[in-house]
Design a protein around this ligand. Sequence first.
Ligand code: F0G
Length: 437
Amino acid sequence: MIRDRGLPERPLSWQLCPRCERELSCASSDAQCPDCGGLLEVRHRPPRERGETLQAIFGARRGRLDALDASGVWRYRELVLPEVRVEEVVTHPEGNTPLLRRPAVSRWAGVEALFLKHEGHNPTGSFKDRGMTVGITQAKRIGARAVACASTGNTSASLAAYASSAGIPALVFVPAGQVALGKLAQTLAYGARTLLVKGDFDACFALVREAAEKLNVYLLNSINPFRIEGQKTIVFEALEQLLFDPPDWIALPAGNLGNTSAFGKALKEANELGLIPRIPRLACIQASGANPFARAFREGFARPHRVKAETVATAIRIGDPASLERAIASIRLSHGVVTDVTDEEILEAKAVVDASGVGCEPASAASVAGVRKLAAEGVIGAGERVVAVLTGHILKDPGLLLRYHQETEPAPARANRPIEIDPTLSAVEAVLSRAAS
Ligand code: F0G
């Protein structure tokens, strides 16, 4: 234990089980608390600098080319993994994603000051790269022989890419037939050993946990606390882009609840370090067919829920979220809300985001659909400033896109049917005049 006598000073970082307060060094590869099974958290000695001084340090690194500063994760290294040495870091780089405004999306959602934090601009097309750069760096630091995860597709693509960069063998467990095309293609191409498990995500997760423990493989699902440290930087970067004038709300899609956990931790630390004067409220959005967190919220978190998950947003088709406990802490800390939206609402939000020229994958559109629902209910005020996180890229799920636009009968209101024509100018002209009318 780190707290033990004999150590003159705490190390810069350590792992803590918030449930039983057991502490572990960062060198431990345990996936969970060895005493009580609780999820671990990484804690750091706070940096000496605070408030505006810390803001200025982060700001000065923006746009610099050296390995750590070029990354939108490692630019915040004092709050991510302060003891890291540059030669240990496995970075693409990642992060530095845009904060966008699109009037058409704002109008549809009913919130004028709506900002879209587009995490699909990461190297493998999702926010997972922010956690993975830290997770794989940590795997390298502890000398892991192999890394593994269960995934609905994005974590596996990210793990595969970063593990290849680091030269560490990767094993991924995905639900057979339930992973979007782009994600499966990436995972194979980046070179991970890919196991198509005949079961859902929750079955994959149970299996990888057991495999990691028994086969001495380092587990890199989002229960891994080092991944959470990287994912915090979505919040730090969005706050910085808003010049540290915090929004009223941050909306995000919620599945296994790692990101919700990371956002709460980020907001708490940003507030404690004087980066922001107050904490925005989190709005976590689930698909109504995969909504155990929303159900629990409606009951005041009286008990955990488990559902058989079903939704078109395959990224968040999760019925038994692993990070429930720490996600509840994030909602309580931020006076947040959890709600759910139907697949129809997700698809409509996605069509609006896509047609605005921004584009995102289905699960990401849940955050925009959720903002619209909460604004209509009066939970989000029309004058409030909202950041909605788009977690993944439009090309992650081309199968769903083509079905929506080309095949679904009757055609959804926003479907953009392709038009087959004869190879003649008059045919083109006829289409043009119809488009103009
Ligand atoms: N959005 C996207 C695009 C995702 O891929 C995920 C999770 C989430 C939102 C939800 O985040 O699980 O932290 O609550 N994808 C995981 C995966 C499960 O395996 O790629 P969460």
